[in-house]
Design a protein around this ligand. Structure first.
Ligand SMILES: N[C@@H](CCC(=O)N[C@@H](CS)C(=O)NCC(=O)O)C(=O)O
Length: 354
C-alpha cells in the first residue's frame, strides 16, 4: 500500500463512527510496519540463520556415519534393516528417493513419509514410528539432548535405533554403492570412478549456487545479500544451459549423481522458487536446454514416482509462514509440461541413459 494515497487529514487523529478517537491511518501503517518487520526478522532468524550481511547460512548436518560392507563397521549393509525418512516437498530428501528408485532398492530399504505440521512447526509421522509422533522425538531418541535441526532425509537404523546419517549428499552415495547385494538394479552406477572428479566439481558448483542458491535468495535478509545470490544463481544456470547444448547430461551420455542433485531443484523451480524465493529472472521452462533436460530426467522410469508437485506447493507455500503469511497456495503451473517430449535422446550415443 502506498502512503501517498492518504489524505492530508490522515496525519491528525480521526474520529470513528461512535465518536471515539482512533490513531491516524498513517501512524497505524507506520506502527504496523514496524511491528511486522520486527516479527519478520525474529521469525527469519529462527527459520534461516544469517551472517552479518544478511546472507543465509545453512547449518551443517550432524549425523555423518556410513553404511558399509567393510569389516568392523557397525552399520553393515543389510536388507530390511534401514529405513529412509523423507518429506515429499523437500528437495534434499527427494535426492534420496530418486536414487532409491533408480537403484530399485524399495525392497531393501523401507520408506517412511513425514509431513510438515504448521501446528507442531516441524515434521510429523503419519503413524507413530519407533514410539515417536514427531521427527524431533526420533532425533531425541537417537541422541538425547540433540540440539540441532530436525531435518529430512534421515537414514534410520532399526537395529541400533539410531540415525546413521542425515546428510542427503552422503546418503545418496551410500545408496548408490553400498547396497548392491540387495538392489534390483545393482549394475547402475551413478558415481563411476572415471567421472568422480567431474561429478564432484559439478556438485560443488551446483550446491552453492543452485541447490542452496535458491534458498540463499529466498532466505536473504537484506537487499544486497539477495541481489548477489540472485546473480550467482542465474549465471550458473546460464552456464549449465550452455553445457547442455552439446551434452545430454552434465557429465555426458549417462545420468550421474550430479544430475540427480540438480534435478530436484529444477523440478521445484518454476512452481516455488521462481515466485516464493524471488528467483524470477527466468523460468526453467524458458531455457533452451534446461527445460527439455528437466523433462528428460523426469521421464526416466522410476523418477516421476518420486515427484509430488502438490506436496511441494503445500510444503513451501503453506509452511514458510514469514515468506507467505497469508498461506495461499498458488494454483499453477500446469504440471503437464513435464510430460511433453524432450527430444534430447537424439543427443546421446547410448540407448539407455541409466
Ligand atoms: N543438509 C541437509 C539439509 C536438509 C534440510 O534442510 N531439510 C529441510 C527440509 S527441505 C528440513 O527438514 N528442515 C527442517 C528444519 O530445518 O527445521 C541435507 O541435504 O540432507
Amino acid at each position: 500500500m502506498s502512503q501517498q494515497t492518504l489524505s492530508p487529514a490522515a496525519d491528525k487523529q480521526t474520529k470513528t463512527k461512535k465518536g471515539k478517537k482512533s490513531l491516524p491511518p498513517k501512524l497505524i501503517i507506520k506502527l504496523g510496519k514496524f511491528v511486522w518487520t520486527t516479527i519478520w526478522h525474529l521469525m527469519m532468524s529462527k527459520l534461516a540463520p544469517r551472517n552479518k550481511s544478511g546472507e543465509y547460512i545453512r547449518p551443517s548436518s550432524e549425523f555423518r556415519n556410513s553404511v558399509g560392507i567393510e569389516q568392523g563397521n557397525v552399520y553393515q549393509a543389510a536388507t530390511g534393516r534401514y529405513n529412509l525418512i523423507a518429506g515429499l516437498g523437500c528437495p534434499w530428501a527427494h535426492r534420496t528417493l530418486v536414487v532409491r528408485s533408480l537403484k530399485k532398492l524399495e525392497q531393501a530399504i523401507s520408506l517412511t513419509i513425514v509431513s510438515p505440521s504448521p501446528i507442531e512447526g516441524g515434521w510429523v509421522f503419519n503413524q507413530e514410528y519407533e514410539g515417536c509422533r514427531t521427527l524431533a522425538e526420533l532425533y531425541e531418541l537417537a541422541q538425547p539432548g540433540y540440539g540441532g535441526r530436525f531435518t529430512v532425509p534421515v537414514l534410520w537404523d532399526s537395529q541400533t535405533k539410531t540415525i546413521v546419517n542425515n546428510e542427503s549428499s552422503e546418503i545418496i552415495v551410500m545408496l548408490n554403492s553400498q547396497f548392491n547385494e540387495f538392489a534390483n538394479n545393482p549394475t547402475l552406477d551413478l558415481y563411476p570412478q572415471e567421472l568422480k572428479e567431474k561429478i564432484d566439481q559439478w556438485n560443488e558448483r551446483i550446491y552453492t549456487s543452485v541447490n542452496n542458491g535458491v534458498y540463499r535468495c529466498g532466505f536473504a535478509q537484506t537487499q544486497e545479500a539477495y541481489e548477489q545470490v540472485y546473480h550467482e544463481l542465474f549465471t550458473t544456470l546460464d552456464e549449465i544451459d550452455t553445457v547442455l547444448n552439446t551434452s545430454r547430461y552434465l557429465c555426458g551420455d549417462t545420468v550421474t549423481l550430479a544430475d540427480v542433485r540438480l534435478f530436484t531443484t529444477l523440478f521445484r523451480f518454476d512452481t516455488v522458487y521462481y515466485a516464493l524465493f524471488k528467483c524470477n529472472r527466468k523460468r526453467i521452462q524458458d531455457y533452451q536446454n534446461l527445460g527439455p533436460y528437466l523433462r528428460d530426467l523426469y521421464q526416466i522410469t522410476g523418477i516421476a514416482d518420486t515427484c509430488d508437485l502438490e506436496s511441494v506447493k503445500q510444503d513451501y507455500y503453506g509452511n514458510l509462514f514469514p515468506l507467505n503469511p497469508g498461506g495461499i497456495i498458488p494454483s499453477g503451473p500446469d504440471p503437464m509440461f513435464l510430460q511433453e517430449p524432450h527430444h534430447r535422446d537424439k543427443m546421446s550415443k547410448q540407448a539407455n541413459p541409466v
